[in-house]
Design a protein around this ligand. Structure first.
Ligand code: FA5
Length: 330
């Protein structure tokens, strides 16, 4: 029996075949078990020797099965490896890698600069309450300056924010009278006609610092640091006195650029000023103790100047011929 089993195992060609062989010898009704069953029919004194022999047979079959199984498994593994061989000399697939949108590159750059100066990044909703967008920013209900930011209202009280300044009010209330430094990038919306430097939806980065002993000099320092960081020392900047209901005094900052005809032009990149005492008071700060400065940067305008773009609309048409030029710029 043992000889026959070992012979069968030796010639088995697959794992399936091997498992059938195992069944036919070792299962409950297999030959080895049947043999063991014969034990009862034998005289008492022959039983131990017979039992021993059947056990030996069983063990040698098990061992042979085990060895053969390993051998067959190795063979199959080799077969799969052979079949799945990779030809490293074949040309690879091309992966198309995206790039960071130029406006996000500007935002990340400005954020990094201010975070390095201790500012926190804040956010606010794009669908904003009239209360935060205007009233907390010191525009009364019929304030004429509301016309400066012609708005998209969704109902009487809600509108698409016209600037990132409402985040100033939200942050002040959140900080409950404690000093703060924030930078807040985001989308804003106005009923402006689209042209090469205006879009009805554009991006701003708001900055706000509230602390003790803050003056206009701190604002000028922050703005100059930013402009130099973005454009280098050779650009000319111009500070113009301006008006916003939420800052006093207020300025607008223009940056020079070379026009197509070779003459110098200026593009307005931001509005800024010293926070109006009324805005501080509404935000929960005593203007006798605290002062602040704030600015709102036009992100597209920065990108236009930095990368010499001739039309703001390029940023929103998702033309890959345009976008691919910004791969790895930052
Ligand atoms: C404001 O929106 C003020 N909230 C800025 C501010 C913040 C002032 C904090 C003082 C303190 P203004 O409307 O000027 O201001 O817009 C700010 C900047 O956004 C502009 O300088 C310009 O760079 C950009 N901007 C304005 N309108 C558009 C537009 N339609 N398309 C693209 N950029 C625009």
């Amino acid at each position: 029996l043992q000889k026959q089993a070992l012979e069968e195992i030796k010639t088995a060609e697959s794992l399936n075949e091997l498992s059938e062989i195992k069944n036919s010898y070792l299962s409950k009704k297999g030959s080895v078990s049947l043999m063991m069953g014969k034990l009862r029919d034998l005289p008492q004194d022959e039983r131990p020797i017979f039992g021993q022999e059947v056990n030996n047979t069983k063990e040698s079959i098990e061992l042979a099965l085990y060895q053969k199984k390993q051998q067959l498994e190795n063979k199959e593994l080799l077969k799969t490896l052979e079949a799945e061989k990779i030809d490293v000399t074949l040309p690879g697939y091309q992966f198309y890698q995206g790039s960071v949108h130029p406006l996000n590159q500007v935002i990340e750059d400005v954020e990094d600069l201010f975070v390095g100066m201790g500012y926190e990044v804040a956010e606010g909703p794009e669908l904003e309450n009239d209360h935060y967008n205007f009233e907390m920013m010191n525009f009364g209900k019929d304030h004429p300056a509301r016309d400066m930011q012609d708005s998209f209202y969704t109902d009487e009280n809600m509108l698409l924010r016209t600037h990132t300044s409402p985040v100033q009010a939200r942050t002040m209330l959140e900080k409950k009278g404690n000093p703060l430094r924030i930078i807040c990038p985001g989308k804003v919306y106005r009923r402006d006609d689209d042209d090469p430097t205006h879009s009805h939806q554009f991006m701003q980065i708001e900055g706000l610092v509230v602390d003790r002993n803050i003056t206009f000099a701190n604002l000028k320092d922050a703005l100059l640091k930013m402009v130099r960081h973005l454009f280098g020392p050779e650009r000319v900047i111009r500070l113009r006195p301006s008006y916003f209901p939420f800052t006093e005094p207020s300025v607008e900052v223009d940056v020079s650029f070379m026009k197509k005809d070779g003459t110098l032009g200026y593009i307005e990149i931001l509005g800024a000023g010293v926070v109006h005492p009324e805005v501080l008071r509404m935000g929960g700060y005593d203007p006798e103790e605290f002062q602040g400065f704030a600015f709102g940067i036009g992100v597209e305008r920065i990108a236009i100047l930095k990368y010499n773009i001739d039309d703001i609309r390029h940023f929103y048409t998702n033309d890959l011929r345009f976008l691919n030029q910004f791969k790895g710029v930052n």
